[in-house]
Design a protein around this ligand. Structure first.
Ligand code: G3H
Length: 254
């Protein structure tokens, strides 16, 4: 059975001390307050990773992730960080294919397929992001876009490896805009994603795959989104930067 996960994506926010202090608050609150969320993942900038892993020790419900990893194992790639390096500090996850990486850093499905392979080979679980732009939705291309992001990005994996993937559906028009997808719009896409996984890998794999929603998800709308059959949690940007808001989203599975 698939896991209920709430993941925070801090993006390029918080200095070192701010990050540690926010994380400590989140861990304390998550421990003190009941929730049906099975795993809380915090995806921080690289500078925080090692310290957050240390702070999370002994807390089996909290995991740490990075926000990107290079496709090569190692080498002369100034300024980049490898999957092996991320794994070596104890992180468990890495976000791949976030629309900001696709848009600002030109990441293509083809490149992301390589990044996925390298992340998995080094024992990291990818949180693989897919989603359409507003223009694509208005042109009624959203299902086709999602399908090609799946096919070109992760459907080359064998079923065992695919079992390590968490998918995040993030409509680009909902990210950081305050305009969230309605729970009905999100459910429709999530059901479509699960159906595509079932067609490729079989129903059991599809039923076991965690599919998160991301895009202006907050403490007010999380419960309605998470109540939908195919929405297994969230990938949270802005609201993950405030301990109370993020914990309230984690509690939305109650
Ligand atoms: O990775 C997180 C998403 O980009 C959502 O960001 P947001 O919650 O600020 O809209």
């Amino acid at each position: 059975m698939r896991k209920k996960i709430v993941a925070g994506n801090w993006k390029m926010n918080l200095d070192y001390n701010e990050g540690l202090s926010l994380f400590s608050e989140v861990v304390n609150m998550v421990n003190d307050e009941a929730t049906g969320t099975q795993e809380v993942v915090v995806c921080s900038p690289f500078i925080h990773l090692h310290s957050l892993v240390q702070l999370a020790k002994g807390n089996s419900r909290v995991s740490i992730g990075a926000q990107n990893a290079h496709q090569a194992e190692s080498g002369a790639y100034t300024g980049e960080v490898s999957a092996k390096q991320i794994k070596s500090v104890g992180a468990a996850y890495v976000i791949l294919g976030h629309s900001e990486r696709r848009q600002y850093f030109g990441e293509t499905n083809e490149l992301l397929a390589k990044k996925t392979d390298t992340a998995l080979a080094n024992g990291l679980k990818p949180i693989f992001c897919i989603g359409e732009t507003l223009q694509q939705r208005e042109a009624n291309e959203h299902f086709g876009i999602i399908k090609s992001q799946l096919e070109e990005g992760i459907f080359h994996l064998d079923a065992d490896k695919f079992g390590q993937i968490v998918i995040a559906y993030e409509p680009v028009w909902a990210i950081g805009t305050g305009v969230t997808a309605t729970s009905e719009q999100a459910q429709k896409i999530h059901a479509f994603i699960r159906q595509e996984i079932a067609a490729k890998y079989g129903q059991q794999v599809a039923d076991d795959t965690t599919i998160l929603y991301g895009g202006s998800c907050n403490a007010k709308n999380a419960a309605e989104l998470f109540a939908r059959e195919d929405i297994d949690g969230g990938l949270i940007g802005g609201a993950s930067l405030k301990s109370r808001d993020f914990t309230d989203i984690v509690k939305a599975f109650n």
